[in-house]
Ligand binder design. Structure first.
Ligand code: TYM
Length: 350
């Protein structure tokens, strides 16, 4: 029996939502609303896996949870038709993560490149939560038995781990799943990553070989969703390029990461292909292309920044949206958790 299609994705409230988050993830969240039931989560439990100075402490965390929620809504996510909530309000995320901790293997987690990058050289001092981060991510998705997960390229490995966990759970408990009437021995779907569009990996504006990231020390490396028009213009004008004119064909972008990145951003923001953008700008200088990119970026991002500002000015309204979303998420989560308990053999109140 096929699983009902459902979309789940999450964004961490760690500050500085940027163009990479927007083009790699949020734009696709918005599109999927037309075809799927969607659940979009502000993953605050994930945020605290990093040292406190990275996520900024309690007041900053609460502010950032509201800001990500505001970004979702300002970008066009409808919290009435779909579900928007913050992870820590649904305790079942942590509960299912525990069961998955006992399914996932150390060897699998040892291969996670994001842990290696984030922990850096001082691995002994990384939190256990940072190591376990991808297991919680699998619980986020599978708690809703979600089938499709829109993410940027950097989350691909984590999604593969989620599939491995789902598969091992289904195998380990196959007989019990069948006994409890589940889907021919399949309880959890193997979630599919949706990594789509021309900007699945937006790169730093200062270095085309590095990912645009919230944690880069230079604010000139990224365009934040809250940047005003002047700041956007300055950042794009200062963005690293090379001395050659833009190529006329996509192949010409291959050895030129900075040019490739800017053309990819233009394509994603305008809903065009890279080839189409090069048909218009190929052969020209970067300066005129950059002017067009500034105009496009400001036209697309300014209304979102304006709406985010309006929304965060009323925290009570945002909190009410998150509470309502959490109530609806919990209803689904509770059902999955009860079935999981039956399958594993835990005794519980029905
Ligand atoms: P986070 O908060 O780091 O990023 C949110 C989303 O933005 C994408 N992204 C990018 N896409 C393109 N170019 C970039 N430079 C770029 N930087 C970030 C990310 O791929 C992501 O889709 N682990 C997740 C959060 C998470 C999650 C989940 C996602 C927790 N549970 C369950 C999906 C399903 C993360 O760190 O996202």
């Amino acid at each position: 029996m096929a699983f009902v299609e459902r979309v789940f994705s999450g964004v961490q409230p760690t500050g500085n939502l940027h163009l990479g988050n927007y083009l790699g993830a949020i734009v696709n969240f918005v599109k999927l609303q037309d075809t799927h039931n969607c659940i979009y989560c502000v993953v605050d439990l994930h945020a605290i896996t990093q040292p406190v100075d990275v996520w900024g402490g309690p007041a900053e965390l609460a502010r950032n949870i509201r800001e990500v929620t505001a970004a979702f809504i300002a970008a066009g996510i409808d919290p009435k038709k779909h579900i928007v909530f913050n992870q820590s309000q649904v305790a079942e995320h942590a509960e299912l993560a525990w069961v998955f901790n006992c399914v996932a293997r150390m060897g699998w987690l040892n291969r996670m490149t994001q842990f290696k990058e984030k922990a850096g050289k001082d691995r002994e001092n990384a939190s256990v939560g940072l190591y376990d981060y991808p297991v919680l991510m699998a619980a986020d998705i599978l708690l809703y038995r979600a089938t499709h997960v829109p993410v940027g390229e950097d989350q691909k490995q984590h999604l593969e781990l989620s599939r491995d966990i789902a598969q091992k759970f289904n195998n380990d408990f196959g007989d019990s799943i069948r006994k409890h009437g589940g889907n021919d021995g399949l309880f959890f779907p193997l979630p599919e990553p949706l990594i789509t569009g021309p900007a699945t990996r937006v790169m730093s504006l200062r270095d085309g070989t590095k990912k645009m990231s919230k944690s880069d020390a230079s604010d000139y490396s990224r365009i934040n969703l809250t940047d005003d028009a002047d700041t956007i213009a300055q950042k794009i004008r200062k963005a690293k390029t090379d001395p050659e004119p833009l190529p006329t064909e996509e192949k010409g972008l291959e050895p030129r990461p900075e040019a490739d990145n800017l053309v990819g951003i233009f394509a994603a923001l305008s809903g065009r292909s890279r080839a189409d953008v090069l048909r218009e700008f190929g052969g020209g200088q970067f300066s005129s292309f950059k002017n067009a990119l500034v105009e496009l970026c400001v036209a697309k991002l300014s209304p979102i920044a304006g709406e985010m500002k309006r929304l965060v000015a009323d925290p009570g309204h945002i909190d009410a949206i998150l509470i309502d979303g959490a109530d609806r998420a919990r209803a689904i989560a509770d059902e999955t958790m009860k079935l999981t308990k039956d399958i594993v053999g835990f005794i519980h109140r029905r």
